[in-house]
Design a protein around this ligand. Structure first.
Ligand code: ADP
Ligand code: ZN
Length: 724
């Protein structure tokens, strides 16, 4: 037999099939150790296919050293999916194959874990009646039946060894599975579906479209719809994938799922320990677990016979990968759904503009859930003009209205969430007198202050502007660099409400894989009155006692230098507002802004997604932004600036030929520094393009893939979710 092998070396020079002689235990999808290169080196490889004959002369073929798996690690479907990903994103096969395995498994750092159990032998040998400890151990096992050996050794020390030697005990090694989130209890009652939920399930069941979008307001009961569809897949002996955007969200969802499906659920995400990850993955591969839950990487779950795939909060930016291959989770999920002939369900209260457009065009099924469960009202959103507060001399981050409502909320024994709208590095500059934010003349996106050059820059075209000393609109001199820290907000809150118990949730307070969960659990258990946090507190949490949400600096993301800043702001506000008034008491939201007439904020305050969408899509078309065009970035990074620049030049010249031949399909083509010039000692340059959807993007990928640089990393991004 001949095995076609891809060696696990991420380099394009060896990115091809190598034939090896194999025996008939070798199957496609297994990992093998093979001789490779000169000097009798060894490397791991993936068997892509097995065949009878090679086209190579027999004397040139080498033999496989060793087979690493007793069953294929990657199934047929996933092998072909890896090929598609490689072709689509132009990356070596080794890199796309790696997506399908837990990283530590590949590097051999983790394996199966076993535990020894002891029980009494059928025929006990004669015992010494004076050996009290031995007798106690036997009595213990007579009662228990069996026990872990380690436990017996702890209890009965050396007597255990003697009993084993005398064949009084039989020891058996058993596979032990390391289970993540042991502390998470399975909970959640089983709901009877409402008519709206039933209608949604029915619509998804009967549609002939692969993709369905559930556009349901926060609290409309989308989760129950997913669970019903997943249960249905299970009852047909099929499996399911359930993707959620953030690790912080996973434990809550996971406990719901575990309550419902028990050990059939496996969780996959990068925050688990190596052993847990490996075991959960193995349970899925072996078919012991049927539902893969997790962040985007769970889309590669090693399961067969998939009955449905769910992408919750489909608009979330975390669904685009930030390392090579820069896949889009939807694209991968779609390929899997097509392969299995199953449904792909997207859910969101604020679908991405692109997804909604595809649903409107009829490409995706569209299900709307405009009402909350039990017709609970959406919380009222009060827009507060912060310019007035500044004029009144209130320099704190809290408006008077928010302070009053907080006081009331606490007096009534309810809980509040204070949301700080802060994003990454961006320092947007704003006039606090009139709320004016300076934008690029040619791109209409907010400029960003760069302290190293003391200038304002456009992240889309690279244009530079002088920093402001006075506002060009009103002449005011209260120029403000946005971005208040959570710590300061907590400090001020304590000053106003000394008795309140305050929890802070941001990157500094959430270390460890269960860090998020612990904070959220404390809040859910009402061990705190106010939760202060950044984006992390915005996501799908369900806290019944929260009746007030305060949004500080709503403008922060509005003026983020990105064409999606309006969309992101709308999503954020809707998501955070949705945390309020989910149970009994009516909820309220205070939205603080320096731009109270902004249409995005108005639409968000009225929960008018359609209005927002119509406006946004018209603007995107007029300004020629995605989904009407593609923003493509070729990123060039390296530690040596000269080498990096040389690579940039080579690529630029090459791409320029494509540009010259298709000039009419490009709206923009240029090279420049990236907005952040250096990250982790690597210089960052980019070639930025805006092109029509019919432009030869494949040629761009191919041109980039052809060039090899020694110490410079190059990658292509389409509509990157982060342009820093
Ligand atoms: P969404 O995901 O759309 O924001 P959830 O699925 O979290 O909404 O549901 C909101 C709340 O309604 C949850 O507390 C959930 O337990 C409850 N719920 C969902 N479906 C039902 C139902 N059929 N009957 C009663 N309560 C329900
Ligand atoms: Zn510009």
């Amino acid at each position: 037999m001949i095995a076609e092998v891809i060696v696990d070396v991420a380099h394009s020079d060896v990115d091809k099939i190598f034939d090896y002689v194999a025996d008939d235990t070798v199957k496609a999808g297994m990992r093998v150790a093979v001789p490779f290169g000169n000097n009798r080196g060894t490397t791991t490889g993936f068997v892509m296919r097995v065949k009878e004959k090679s086209d190579y002369p027999a004397e040139k073929l080498k033999e496989i050293y060793r087979v690493e798996d007793d069953v294929p690690a990657i199934n047929e479907e996933c092998l072909s999916l890896a090929e598609k990903i490689s072709a689509r994103y132009r990356c070596p096969m080794a890199l796309s194959l790696r997506l399908f395995l837990p990283a530590e498994m590949r590097t051999g750092k983790v394996g199966k874990s076993y535990r020894e159990y002891a029980r009494l032998s059928e025929e006990l040998p004669p015992l010494n009646p004076r050996a009290k400890v031995q007798l106690a151990c036997i009595a213990y096992l007579e009662e228990k039946g069996e026990a872990p050996l380690s436990e017996l050794r702890e209890k009965f020390s050396s007597a255990v060894g003697v009993l084993i030697k005398n064949h009084a005990l039989i020891v058996e090694k058993r596979r032990m599975f390391r289970v993540p989130y042991r502390s998470v209890e399975g909970g959640e009652e089983h709901h009877t579906l409402t008519p709206a939920q039933r209608h949604a399930v029915e619509a998804i069941r009967t549609t002939d479209k692969t993709v369905s979008l559930i556009h349901g307001v926060t609290g409309s009961g989308k989760t129950e719809i997913y669970l019903t569809l997943i249960a249905e897949a299970l009852s047909q002996h099929k499996s399911a994938i359930f993707l959620v955007p953030e690790i912080s969200l996973t434990p809550q969802m996971f406990s719901k799922l575990r309550g419902r499906f028990g050990p059939k659920v496996a969780i996959l995400h990068s925050g688990l320990s190596a052993g847990e990850k490996f075991d959960e993955w193995e349970r899925l591969r072996a078919g012991d677990a049927k539902i893969a839950v997790g962040a985007r990487s769970a889309v590669f779950a090693p399961i067969e016979n998939i009955g449905c795939i769910v992408i919750d909060e489909e608009h979330d930016g975390s669904y685009s990968s930030e390392s090579t291959p820069r896949y889009n989770t939807f694209d991968v999920a779609y390929l899997r759904a097509k392969y299995h002939g199953c449904k792909l369900i997207l859910g969101s209260a604020t679908p991405s503009v692109d997804t909604y457009r595809r649903a409107m065009s009829g490409e995706f099924g569209l299900i709307s859930l405009p009402d909350r469960i039990n017709a609970r009202p959406m919380p009222k959103v009060n827009i507060v003009d912060m310019r007035r507060e500044v004029r009144r001399g209130n320099a704190t981050p809290f408006s008077i209205a928010l302070r009053e409502k907080l006081k009331l909320c606490l007096e009534n024994g309810n809980q509040a969430i204070i949301f700080l709208n802060r994003r990454g590095y961006a320092q947007t500059v704003m006039c606090r007198d009139c709320g004016n934010v300076v934008k690029c003349k040619s791109c209409d996106v907010a400029l960003t202050y760069h302290s190293d050059e003391d200038c304002l820059k456009c992240h889309y075209c690279g244009a530079k502007y002088k920093p402001l000393s006075a506002c060009p609109v009103c002449g005011g001199t209260h120029i403000h660099y946005m971005g208040t820290g959570t710590q300061r907000v907590v400090g001020e809150l304590k000053r106003f409400f000394p008795a309140a118990r305050i929890l802070r949730m941001d990157v500094d307070t959430t270390s460890g894989k269960e860090g998020h969960y612990k904070i959220l659990k404390q809040f859910a258990d009402k061990k705190a009155d106010i939760l202060v946090g950044t984006q992390m507190v915005a996501k799908g949490h369900d806290f019944p006692s929260v009746t007030l949400v305060g949004i500080l600096d709503a403008d922060m993301s509005l003026h983020f230098p990105d064409y999606r800043s309006g969309e992101r702001t709308f999503q954020l506000i809707t998501q955070v507002a949705g945390r309020s008034g989910r149970a009994g008491a009516e909820g309220e939201v205070v939205l603080q802004t320096y731009d109270p007439d902004n249409y995005i904020l108005r639409f968000a305050a009225n929960y008018d997604y359609e209005g927002f969408y119509e406006h946004e899509i018209a603007m995107r078309e007029a300004m020629m932004f995605p989904p009407f065009v593609k923003v493509v970035r070729v990123m060039v990074t390296g530690e040596d600036e000269k080498e990096t620049l040389a690579a940039l030049r080579t690529l630029y010249e090459k791409l320029q030929k494509i540009y010259a031949a298709h000039e009419e399909e490009f709206l923009f083509f240029n090279r420049m520094h990236s907005p952040i010039k250096r990250i982790q000692n690597k210089f960052r340059y980019q070639i930025l393009m805006r092109m029509t959807r019919s432009a030869p993007l494949k040629e761009v990928y191919a041109a980039v893939a052809e060039e090899k640089f020694k110490d410079v990393l190059v990658y292509v991004e389409e509509n990157p979710s982060n342009l820093s």
